[in-house]
Design a protein around this ligand. Sequence first.
Ligand SMILES: [Zn+2]
Length: 286
Amino acid sequence: MDANIQVMAEDHSYATIVLPIDNNNKDRWHRIEEIVDGRAYYDWDVFYKYTDEEFAKARLFRVRINKTVEPCGEECGTVYDDRQACPICGSGRVQKGPLILSKVSTLGKVDVCKTIGGEIIVSKRFQELVGKYSLRGMLFLPILVKGIPSQLFMQLTAKDSVDISHETRFGIDYFDSVNIPYNDERKINICGHEITMPKEIYVCPNQDLMGLNLLSELYITEESYQSHSFDLARTAQYVGVKRGLLRPEPLYVCTKAFYEMVKHEKILGMDFEIAKIVKPKTYCLS
Ligand SMILES: [Zn+2]
């Protein structure tokens, strides 16, 4: 299995660099940077390339929702209970009442997308297919558009949660070896304007926020996986940052039944990575 690192160049075009998964990638990247004189590294994403056999053997998948839309619920009057959010990192605020949006017309041809606030929007077709395939663990909630429940779209939430195992790697940058826990207030220059960025928390001492970005495949504890019967679940831990309208978000995992339904019905808007189910390590002292 290889990692495809997608990088954005100065002219905003994208290039994909394929790197094997091992501990030498930092050195490889530094050599690439030297070749392009440090100009390639403005944005990045990681995609894993699996064999058919690896997919066939997998029991659990990480769900990646590709399309992000605006506006989000907070901009349109959706009510949240921030008292239940972590006072340090802002993870875990609770939505009270229906998701309120001014429009959902930007969904286009996809059946699944999410807002920049992390709310998942699905088409009625998606909801009907979940019922047809008897998939478990999902709640569909109404979306109010200009005060009227949408007939075309629903908000999707996952009822059950699973735990992220410590094998999973998080950080700011794919090539960082340390998961930097926070950034102090700092001034940055954007197009000649000096902007003050407030302090940001990336790793919370309350252990609910794991990091700014997921850098590895996702590892889930076997105990939490076995304690629920679901086809879609969220992680109990969060990833991301509280910044403006952004909030830390859970990651999502699904079973093979969910994955096969999406592929068979050609549902658009999601990609999948293999998620690993791991047992806790035991150590024998003699
Ligand atoms: Zn926290």
